[in-house]
Design a protein around this ligand. Structure first.
Ligand SMILES: O=c1ccn([C@@H]2O[C@H](COP(=O)(O)OP(=O)(O)O[C@H]3OC[C@@H](O)[C@H](O)[C@H]3O)[C@@H](O)[C@H]2O)c(=O)[nH]1
Ligand SMILES: [Mg+2]
Length: 619
């Protein structure tokens, strides 16, 4: 008796701190009252200051608790944990505490892959074998604020020769891997590779529509899962008081929590257990707009398998101050060490604070000594699941408030906690096998992140990360791959598009099923072949063989799988010319004008082979 009345009195003490809430308790359900207690116990009584008497705005009040329930259930440990962590991180930030305090940075060593050499080819083959035990996870909840594109980024064309969008290319690449992997499977295991897309309220319905309108680009709809991340509550001050929406006092203001949410979402989805039961071994994470990524996947998956890495991050040489994180070895004074991404905004201050007075600068190679993180992670499923069981998928967070002045007592605008998927290894035990794999930039990394205006301001020699450079990188990579396979592809010309000087190579594209790995591509190329710089070549069929072809113009070839087509002889036509377009010209569709050019399809040889059999271009 005595103890229960003590509880009651402490509860009523709690509610007496928020009289406007207390008078409304009658309209709330027991669950909502529990949530109210959590808020009051965690210093959030200000949320109720303006609440009206019962009978006025009751629907809004219930809506408020609906939102609180969502915020509470979508965060590991609930709102109490969120507020507690926020207070700690805000206190550290106010003190100017260095998150890497006690750690000294050094350059780690990893695997280096060179496109086309014996090791690379071996790794690719091994990767194809492993692929049927993989699941792919695309994080695509971001708004793409730096690009400023109106639609979702995965709907942007990867290149405009065929107009194939990023999402279609990703799906076709996964399907090509699946098929190739089943072909070499010795265990008869023919499961479909799962494809997960993390969305947010900003991208969810548009991603869903894009998939549905295009019949999932050839994937089974059951193979694709969308997991929507929720935003997190904004914070108004150093006491982690939650921010109310300025237009609706019954609503908490929210902002994105970052791509790190993918781990807790995967954990709570139950998918990891399903995958383990199905015999899967690898989870591959990737980002929304890297049109070159799948050039790097087979070989790096081969590295993961060969080295038995629990974590393998893909990296490319990094230019100092480039907006990609640096893979860094951090050694603590107490002996602990880890290899981890240091985000691009933190690398310079970390270096300056730890004996590198020049900060983030290039070394004698012309690159930063720290490899650049492209945020493609390959995790070994068993150890991943084990780790998430301990953490619930929670990832080390950070806070980045913009203070009004040096007293650091108030913020210019509300802030929130954030987390990044590449911080996953931070909680791993020292026994974990954490590695990284460095590849050529031209082969593996060409994200579309910057709008034309900002891209044009990128320091000379650093990558633009724009729609222009992203598309040009596809042509460069394909041209170089064919060069390596023995085709004489003419050298590029330089041109300024949307204020950015880029190399323009022959516009060569193919479908993933035509050439997934280099050894496949080599079997598709023979004889003396040359392709001029002004040429366009688009191959959408599978069994298409380039054999003694001399191309100077545009050649577009489509074929069914049962048609074997030989591309040979001398093809010359007026081809497709490139016209410059200014990004400010709003008469041109946004997805085109952000590139700074469009094709004028003057003349082409276009062939379609829809019957089984053997054919050549004369047929
Ligand atoms: O809340 C979010 C934020 C972002 N994302 C997704 O995460 C991906 C990366 O987002 P951003 O493009 O904003 O990431 P950034 O460019 O700031 O940095 C990221 O990529 C480059 C790497 O070197 C960095 O280490 C990595 O953090 C995108 O696919 C985006 O859609 C989410 O899914 N949810
Ligand atoms: Mg970002």
């Amino acid at each position: 008796m005595a103890s229960s009345s003590r509880v009651d009195s402490s509860v009523s003490d709690l509610f007496s701190s928020a009289p406007a809430l207390q008078s409304n308790l009658g309209i709330l359900s027991p669950d909502q009252i529990e949530l109210a207690k959590i808020l009051l116990e965690n210093g959030q009584s200000h949320l109720f200051l303006h609440w009206s008497e019962p009978g006025v705005c009751d629907n809004e009040k219930l809506g408020f608790f609906d939102q609180i329930a969502r915020l509470n259930s979508s965060y590991p440990g609930g709102l109490a944990a969120y507020i507690k962590t926020a207070k700690e991180l805000l206190a550290d930030s106010k003190l100017g505490k260095n998150p890497y305090d006690g750690f000294s940075p050094s350059v780690p060593s990893g695997e280096n892959l060179t496109f086309g050499d014996e090791n690379f080819i071996e790794m690719e083959k091994r990767g194809v074998v492993e692929a049927r035990k993989a699941a792919f996870v695309l994080v695509a909840g971001g708004l793409g604020e730096r690009l400023g594109y109106n639609g979702i980024k995965v709907a942007l064309p990867r290149e405009t020769t065929t107009g194939t969008c990023f999402l279609q290319h990703y799906i076709e690449s996964i399907l090509a891997l699946q098929e190739a992997s089943h072909k070499v499977a010795s265990d008869g295991n023919q499961t479909d590779i799962p494809f997960i897309i993390m969305t947010s309220d900003d991208t969810h319905s548009r991603t869903q529509n894009l998939l549905e309108l295009n019949s999932y680009f050839g994937m089974k709809s059951t193979q694709v899962h969308l997991l929507k991340q929720e935003k997190v509550a904004c914070l108004d001050d150093n006491d982690a008081r939650l921010a109310l929406d300025s237009n609706n006092k019954y609503k908490i203001q929210t902002k994105p929590h970052g791509h790190g949410d993918v781990h807790s979402l995967l954990y709570s989805s139950g998918l990891l257990d399903k995958w383990l039961d199905a015999g899967l071994k690898w989870v591959l994470f990737f980002q929304d707009t890297n049109g070159l990524l799948f050039n790097a996947i087979p070989a790096s998956l081969g590295v993961s398998a060969t080295k038995q890495y629990h974590v393998n991050s893909l990296a490319v040489p990094r230019k100092a101050k480039e907006a990609i994180g640096g893979i860094t070895k951090l050694t603590h004074a107490d002996g602990r060490a880890m290899v981890i991404n240091v985000e691009y905004n933190q690398l310079d201050p970390l270096l300056r604070a730890s004996g590198f007075p020049d900060g983030d600068v290039n070394c004698e190679t012309g690159y930063s000594p720290f490899p650049g993180n492209i945020n493609q992670l390959i995790l070994e499923l068993g150890s991943y699941k084990e780790e998430l069981q301990k953490t619930g998928g929670a990832i080390k967070e950070f806070v980045n408030p913009k203070y009004k002045d040096s007293t650091k007592t108030s913020f210019k605008s509300s802030t929130r906690l954030e987390c990044m998927m590449q911080d996953y290894p931070k909680t791993l035990p020292p026994t974990a096998r954490v590695g990284f794999t460095v590849m050529d930039i031209w082969l593996a990394y060409a994200p579309v992140k910057n709008n034309p205006e900002d891209a044009a301001k990128v320091p000379k020699g650093n990558p633009y990360h724009s729609a222009t450079s992203g598309e040009m990188a596809i042509y460069r990579a394909n041209s170089r791959i064919l060069q390596k396979a023995g085709v004489k592809v003419e050298e590029p010309v330089k041109q300024v598009l949307n204020g950015q000087e880029v190399e323009i190579w022959s516009r060569i594209t193919w479908k993933p099923k035509w050439g997934l790995i280099f050894s496949d591509i080599k079997t598709k190329v023979s004889g003396n072949c040359d392709i001029s710089q002004r040429s366009t070549m688009a191959i959408t069929g599978r069994n298409v063989f380039i054999d003694n072809l001399s191309l100077d113009g545009a050649l577009i070839v489509d074929s069914i799988d049962d048609a074997e087509v030989k591309l040979g002889g001398s093809i010359k036509n007026n081809g497709w010319t490139m016209e410059t377009v200014d990004y400010k010209d709003t008469s041109v569709p946004e997805e085109i004008r952000i590139r700074g050019f469009r094709f004028n399809k003057v003349e082409q040889l276009e062939k379609k082979f829809a019957q089984p059999g053997k054919f050549s271009l004369e047929d």
